[in-house]
Design a protein around this ligand. Structure first.
Ligand SMILES: *[C@@H]1O[C@H](CO)[C@@H](O)[C@H](O)[C@H]1NC(C)=O
Ligand SMILES: *[C@@H]1O[C@H](CO)[C@@H](O)[C@H](O)[C@H]1NC(C)=O
Length: 205
């Protein structure tokens, strides 16, 4: 193959690449890129939130050996999913699962903040982190809503996971509940980063 033929082929290939990804710079791709960035920042903060939370609950929570990652709390969404099932989710389903999870977390973070306001009223740093996390989740939900609408599947109303009567709990249960919320939120945001890493490949910004 002559050099000039190789060059023309390269030019043709470059042209084709351009043709097969015409959506680069589309609003949807930009939105997916923004959401990916937001999720990565939230992921970085989620570890700090969990550690700060545990450090203010006393023993056994504040013990360095404390590990109860298998604890669950009714209504708090778990991120666990078999790999193949996760990998083969449609774009719409993938975003929808995130939307459902964060709708629940927005509520549970409000509850945990209320609990901590009562149990730890002087731990301003923790109270602020809980508040900021909830605000970021609301921002994320707004992005997820926009993405779902752009994919032609705007979110349906989600069943409310939290009933008023289940808010009642003794001090220990409140601490456990807060732990489960902070810990599973961290697992979920890890999953969201993986979700958006995949979506960002399909919808390059
Ligand atoms: C991360 O935490 C810091 C300090 O609490 C806060 O100022 C910042 O807005 C947080 N960022 C995100 C994306 O949650
Ligand atoms: C999506 O998130 C980014 C970063 O937080 C924000 O600037 C943008 O306004 C959000 N878009 C929508 C539609 O919520």
């Amino acid at each position: 193959m002559t050099l000039s033929l190789a060059r023309s082929l390269l030019v043709i290939c470059a042209g084709l690449v351009h043709i097969v990804s015409p959506d680069r710079d589309s609003p949807l791709n930009t939105l997916i890129g923004q959401t990916f960035n937001l999720a990565r920042l939230m992921k970085a903060n989620s570890t700090v939130l969990l550690n700060t939370y545990l450090s203010h609950q006393g023993s056994p929570f504040s013990d360095s050996s404390f590990d109860a990652r298998r604890l669950r709390y009714e209504g708090v969404p778990t991120a666990a999913i078999p790999f193949l099932e996760w990998r083969t989710l449609s774009h719409v389903k993938r975003v929808e699962k995130n939307y459902e999870a964060y709708t629940a977390f927005a509520e549970f973070l409000q509850l945990v903040r209320d609990d901590q306001f009562e149990l730890n009223p002087t731990k301003v740093e923790l109270l602020d982190m809980l508040k900021v996390t909830r605000l970021r989740i609301q921002g994320l939900l707004s992005n997820l809503t926009a993405i779902m609408s752009a994919l032609g599947a705007p979110p349906a109303a989600v069943t409310d996971p939290l009933m008023l009567e289940s808010v009642e709990a003794d001090t220990f249960e409140k601490k456990v509940r807060g732990y489960v919320v902070c810990h599973t939120y961290k697992e979920w945001i890890d999953r969201t980063v993986k979700d958006f890493s995949l979506l960002a490949e399909k919808f390059p910004a």
